[in-house]
Write a protein that binds this ligand. Sequence first.
Ligand code: PHE
Length: 339
Amino acid sequence: MLEKIKALQEEVEKAVASTKEEVEELRLKFISKKGSISQLFDDFKNVSPEQKKEVGQAINTLKNFALEKINSLKEAFENADSNNTGTDLSMPGEPLKLGTRHPLSLVKNEIIGIFGRLGFTVAEGPEIEDDWHVFSALNFPPEHPARDMQDTFFIEKNPDVLLRTHTSSVQIRVMERTQPPIRMIFPGRVFRNEAISARSHCIFHQIEGLYVDENVSFADLKQTLLQFAKELFGEGTQIRLRPSYFPFTEPSAEMDVSCSICGGKGCNVCKYSGWLEILGCGMVDPNVLEACNIDSKKYTGFAFGMGIERITMLRYGIKDIRHFFENDVRFLKQFESAM
Ligand code: PHE
């Protein structure tokens, strides 16, 4: 009896199946009611009482072994049936690497947010402009150096077509088609024919602002810019306005903020002055309003403009403006957490 069991065990071990039907045949052969293993149970009656324990255990082991083998063969074919390619489709997928926002976009969006809360909406305009919108309507005298080839990129065949050197051109486009009240900011890319260095580039970004209405005063300008500086650089930030000159504003000023790095005590970023220059501003020159058919007797306005690169460099302690344009991922991915 024990030999018979051993022989069957070997047979089961060797059994192979290449189709589902063959697995079924094996099942019938070994473990169905009439199968050879079930027969062993019939023969078991004739085993002597002393051997019953040993033989019984051997038959049970064999039966379990056969069951397991047939089940695993069955499973293999069932998986193959459902077009399984050997890939576990329930596994979590490879995570897609998300890009990160460019530091200039982060700061631009933050500035748009601050002015948005102060009631300023956003307008954009073309990068390729004409002389009128970039210079003439903005009260630039004909001999102004900014009109020089050295500062502005002109289209060779037609010097009336040029790349805008500031987004003030968008102020003109808005004022030409809108009567006050106007309260807007103008973010965008600008171009100047400058040598590329750690501090300046021939392409950079600006955000300018314009507020035109009845009774807009210099005090409104100051208060708006103070609020902006506090939101961008922190509640304790102070501002300082120094007289300056722009053709399109009168009076004009340059604004400094107290150095956010040393808190005004003096460090190498603020060149030990405690102040950082961040923007130009002033009251819109009446000539500019008139050029856009806005009544300068009835309306006044203020304007300001700042470079986004400069503010971003201050914000993150970036020492070289060229990083912004090189698209080096090692640089760009450092701003992930700032999103
Ligand atoms: N357009 C000026 C520039 O590009 C900035 C500015 C805007 C200054 C508005 C005053 C008022 O330098």
